[in-house]
Design a protein around this ligand. Structure first.
Ligand code: PFF
Length: 446
């Protein structure tokens, strides 16, 4: 089927838009804080370089070569054209599941944009209660914001790759860059900036254990949007003559830079107020609003800018999560884009409602299974099960079931041969082994 192609810069912006999201600005700083800073950052950078970037390039190769939906891509690219490879398409449903709870979290953030305009909490207990109440008691408010976010995502993807996704990224990504640059400049003027730099770049190995390794690998996957078919699907619209290795490296650099910048900004703010760096997920929702409120009107402006940046980053990621399923339904069942959007939109919207209800006091108990509520299950199943399995599958596929000559030709058209050789060793041996060991470890098998 004919697809509307990105321009090369459109692809880079869209892929970076997918990669840069809540994972960079919310999750990366708080897990870095939990694992003690510098050493974790180093482990994370290594995971990004050797595993994340390798799989990212792998997904781009599959997409750009096959120009089809995820399930079909695996079949057409395999040496034997074995039809069973279509089952690798399971990964595209991961995006819908992530999108359901991601939209709920984006809804919380949108709520904080409004809170920043009106009144930020000035007392630690109120700050904590504002967040806890939102999640456990304010079901209708959450549904309201989840609906706004879902409708925005649906509106954008209805317009398609070029007029929807590419255009939105063309506007939101530079805007995000500007806001973060402004916040970084402000952070640099504060005394605690040097403390934040030290925290993030001087290694303290005491908190690094296998959980930290796992968190770093999981974060590399999540932040580069891997194992979901998103990058593969976007790459199906990457022009054939575009240098896919260079584009991938660029996206990984943009993504990493933004995570580091977000970390520097947030830790500077925290240290400026003598707040703890290990506050976990509440870092952004509880610690930061409290700090901003202490800075008067300037704090309010910064709060609005910060939470808006998070919303922009999140929206460009959210639209990418649904695209693999859309492309699959459109191609496989000859559906119109509109019909595919209605089906996939209804699925993620409803799952999102289940996710948010499962955290409420009223409905939580009936939506909790084996000690985990539905929200946590969706997160667990995607980040700890389907994404790593997809990672193993992609690497084993390219390393063993795709003609090496084909890959060699593709790479050497754009980059020197030694780069291909390094990538091939990584994808064939290092990546599957690393993921399998960490995955089995997490499941408690080894
Ligand atoms: N990379 C996004 C982030 O860091 O927030 C999350 C994400 C986007 C995950 C798209 C998966 C995906 F398909």
């Amino acid at each position: 089927m004919k697809i509307n192609k990105f321009s090369r810069i459109g692809f880079i912006l869209a892929a970076a838009g997918s990669a840069v999201g809540l994972g960079n600005i919310w999750k990366f700083p708080y897990i870095t804080g939990e694992y003690g800073g510098g050493a974790f950052v180093l482990v994370y950078l290594l995971a990004m370089l050797f595993i994340g970037l390798t799989i990212f390039i792998a997904e781009v190769v599959i997409g750009q070569t096959s120009e089809a939906n995820v399930a079909t891509s695996f079949v057409t690219m395999s040496k034997t054209k074995n039809k069973n490879w279509k089952f690798a398409g399971f990964m595209l449903f991961t995006g819908l599941i992530i999108l359901s709870f991601y939209s709920v979290v984006l809804g919380w953030i949108l709520n904080y944009v409004f809170i920043s305009f009106s009144a930020l909490p000035t007392d630690p207990e109120v700050a904590a209660a504002t967040f806890t109440n939102l999640i456990t008691k304010e079901t209708n408010l959450q549904i309201f914001f989840h609906t706004i976010i879902s409708a925005t995502v649906i509106f954008i993807v209805l317009k398609g790759i070029k007029d929807g996704i590419e255009k939105v990224n063309l506007i939101l990504m530079p805007l995000l860059g500007l806001i973060l640059a402004g916040l970084l400049i402000y952070a640099i003027t504060l005394d605690s900036f040097s403390e934040a730099v030290e925290f993030m770049f001087i290694a303290d190995w005491s908190k690094i254990d296998e959980n930290a390794l796992l968190a770093a690998l999981g974060q590399a996957f999540f932040t580069l949007s891997l194992g979901v078919g998103t990058i593969m699907t976007y790459s199906a619209s990457l022009p054939k003559n575009a240098n896919f290795v260079k584009s991938s490296v660029l996206v990984a650099i943009i993504d990493t830079t933004i995570a580091i910048v977000a970390g520097l900004i947030i830790f500077t703010f925290l240290f400026e107020a003598d707040a703890k760096s290990s506050a976990g997920p509440g870092l952004v929702f509880i610690s930061l609003p409290l700090i901003f409120s202490g800075w008067g009107i300037l704090g309010q402006v910064i709060a609005v800018a910060f939470f808006s940046a998070l919303v922009f980053a999140g929206i460009t990621s959210a639209v990418s999560m649904i695209e693999p399923s859309l492309m699959f339904f459109i191609e496989r069942f000859n559906m119109t884009r509109k019909k595919a959007v209605v089906i996939c939109g209804s699925v993620f919207y409803s799952l999102g409602i289940v996710a948010l209800l499962s955290m409420s006091e009223a409905y939580g108990p009936s939506l909790t299974f084996f000690g985990k509520n539905a929200f946590d299950w969706m997160d667990y199943i995607t980040s700890s099960i389907t994404m790593p399995i997809a990672g193993i599958l992609i690497s084993v596929f390219l390393g063993y079931y795709v003609d090496k000559q084909l890959l060699h030709e593709k790479f050497t058209r754009f980059v020197p041969e030694f780069i291909f050789n390094i990538w091939y060793i990584l994808i064939r041996y290092v990546v599957p082994l690393a993921i399998i060991v960490l995955f089995l470890n997490k499941l408690g098998v080894i």
